[in-house]
Design a protein around this ligand. Structure first.
Ligand code: GRF
Length: 204
């Protein structure tokens, strides 16, 4: 049997990036999504997971939930190789970061290190990009460290937004690229083609 990367995908909302991962023909033989976790019990992303018969778990200290204190051991028991934050809004606990160093990635809908950090999510990001009159934007996929959006960048896609008329237009155009770049990065990681040396991340 071929080795597959075991994924845990963390979500908080719509789940279109989760859908892109699950729909990716290129990832089919490379990954297995073992569990989808969310801090929001009623998120649309859970419905997507259910359509693919993937177990879902709620995060937090509530009945049936996984508390943040037991998250690291839960993920280790499932033999998770890679954690993918696909629209997850909470900070990952420090012990999980330590246990999964360079094995947690996040997708951010702007070109980091600009337009990131606490409170910069969803339309807040695209509004800030629009208000700045920036002429380019695009998704960034990065490793996750102890603070929001500061980990090393793995891949980015720069798109021309010089003619846009609204933050919503930026969001729509960036989202198209998100759905390509996230499966691309996961594929490269699964193939062992993401290297970290001398503090820099390279796709080989
Ligand atoms: C995406 O724009 C992603 O970049 C950001 O949150 C959004 C999630 O969208 N981190 P979805 O839930 O994947 O549709």
């Amino acid at each position: 049997m071929k080795f597959r990367l075991n994924l845990a995908v963390f979500v908080s909302g719509r789940g279109s990036n989760l859908q892109a991962i699950l729909d990716s023909a290129e990832l089919k033989d490379l990954i297995e999504v073992k569990v989808v976790l969310s801090d929001k019990a009623d998120c649309a992303a859970f419905q997507i997971a259910k359509q693919f018969s993937i177990p879902t778990r709620i995060l937090g200290d509530r009945e049936g939930g996984i508390g943040f204190k037991s998250l690291a051991s839960f993920l280790s028991e499932l033999k998770i190789d890679l954690i993918v934050l696909a629209g997850f809004l909470k900070l990952i606990p420090v012990d999980v970061i330590k246990n999964f160093r360079n094995r947690i990635i996040n997708i951010h809908p702007a070109l980091l290190p600009s337009f990131g950090g606490k409170g910069m999510y969803g339309m807040h990001v695209h509004k800030a990009v629009f208000d700045s009159s920036a002429k380019v934007s695009g998704p960034s996929v990065h490793f996750v460290d102890e603070t929001f959006d500061t980990g090393k960048i793995i891949a980015q896609k720069c798109i021309d937004i010089s003619g846009v008329k609204s933050p919503e237009e930026i969001a729509a155009r960036v989202l198209v690229e998100e759905h390509k770049i996230l499966p691309f990065v996961i594929k490269k990681i699964a193939e062992g083609k993401v290297e970290i040396s001398n503090g820099r991340v390279e796709i080989i």
